[in-house]
Design a protein around this ligand. Structure first.
Ligand code: ADP
Ligand code: F6P
Length: 324
């Protein structure tokens, strides 16, 4: 018979994302409501190995749902990618009476959760990343806030770009994934979007497009460049030289990871956090919570990590077609 669940731990790992605090709050309060004890594990897997473990009560998550970042802090931890590190992590959980761990992070963090599960600690992952690059889910905690932050910043760059009749290259985050670039490309009416999944490195085509658009009366030319392609500053120099049109590069950077979460991020993160606790209470382990076809669901982590997701060809075409 499965051991009765008494104490759960919660940690955030990898890059932070707005809405992580809403998820932590939901985990803490759903668990307390079910009569469980909750331990906060600080600084991701690094804090687990260092035994940075605190008791969490309902008041410890007061006044956090509206805050960006993560109150538990986050980290990347190489040691936990080794079998020795994982063994130690499982031992620390046992020492502190932690029967189940909820891990908020991306695919890398889920691999850690998978390893802990194999060592007898029940785990559930929550998709937390601004990049939306987790294949099993159509929603990740933080993406909505990040794209709204980027969209507002790009609107501002566009104002000055139009006044000066310039070309603007705006670089958005997303590691190897182009979802933030695609969404802001559509939302900001960009003339070009460069996605790592699609870019053919044909800069002459880009130059021709900028010149054609100028002839068609466009007063600016907004290029959203995904971080996975990068090199926005040197690209701007080359484009200015080739087109004769003043070109500036703006790299939005870490501002996209901060700020108060949107309503969607607060609500979805809260529901996912509560669901993660319910799954642990049902005796489930090695699961990841996802959003699919309008519903909150869960998958086996092994299956989830094997899934693939790409950029929608149709959405990419829409972006191009609407920017004439
Ligand atoms: P994300 O979770 O956003 O994908 P990372 O890839 O940086 O971010 O992973 C976060 C952390 O998860 C790593 O620093 C490491 O501690 C842990 N991790 C990543 N890959 C593995 C792995 N293969 N096995 C165990 N832990 C891992
Ligand atoms: O995964 C989230 C993310 O913001 C990526 O978009 C970006 O490539 C990376 O993290 C940046 O990481 P760091 O905070 O270590 O610079």
């Amino acid at each position: 018979m499965a051991k009765e669940l008494k104490t759960i731990g919660v940690l955030t790992s990898g890059g932070d994302a707005p809405g992580m605090n809403a998820a932590i709050r939901a985990v803490v309060r759903e668990a307390l409501g079910k009569g469980l004890k909750v331990k906060g594990i600080k600084r991701g897997y690094a804090g687990l190995l260092q035994e940075e473990i605190i008791d969490m009560e309902a008041r410890d998550v007061s006044d956090t749902i509206q805050k960006g970042g993560t109150i538990l802090q986050t980290a990347r931890c190489m040691e936990f990618t080794t079998p020795e590190g994982q063994q130690r992590g499982a031992q620390v959980c046992k020492k502190h009476g932690i029967d189940g761990v909820i891990v908020v992070g991306g695919d890398g963090s889920f691999k850690g959760a998978q390893k802990l599960a194999a060592l007898g600690i029940n785990t559930v992952g929550l998709p937390g990343t601004i990049d939306l690059d987790i294949a099993c889910t159509e929603y990740t905690i933080g993406f909505d806030t990040a794209v709204n932050t980027a969209m507002q910043a790009i609107d501002k760059v566009r104002d000055t770009s139009t006044s000066h009749e310039r070309c603007s290259i705006i670089e958005v985050m997303g590691r190897g994934a182009g979802f933030i670039a695609l969404w802001t490309g559509i939302a900001n009416g960009a003339e070009d979007i460069l996605l790592p999944e699609r870019y053919d490195y044909d800069e002459q085509k880009l130059v021709n497009h900028i010149i054609e658009n100028r002839k068609r009366g466009k007063q600016h030319h907004i290029i959203i460049n995904a971080e996975g392609i990068g090199h926005s500053v040197s690209m701007a120099r080359r484009i200015e030289a080739a087109t004769g049109i003043e070109t500036r590069a703006t790299i939005l950077g870490h501002m996209q990871r901060g700020g108060s979460p949107t309503c969607k991020d607060r609500v979805y993160a809260s529901i996912m956090g509560a669901l993660a606790v319910d799954l642990l209470c049902q005796g489930k382990s090695n699961r990841v919570v996802a959003y699919h076809n309008g519903e909150f669901v869960d998958y086996d982590i092994d299956e989830a990590l094997a899934m693939k997701k790409g950029i929608s060809e149709y959405q990419f075409e829409v972006c191009k077609n609407l920017s004439i």
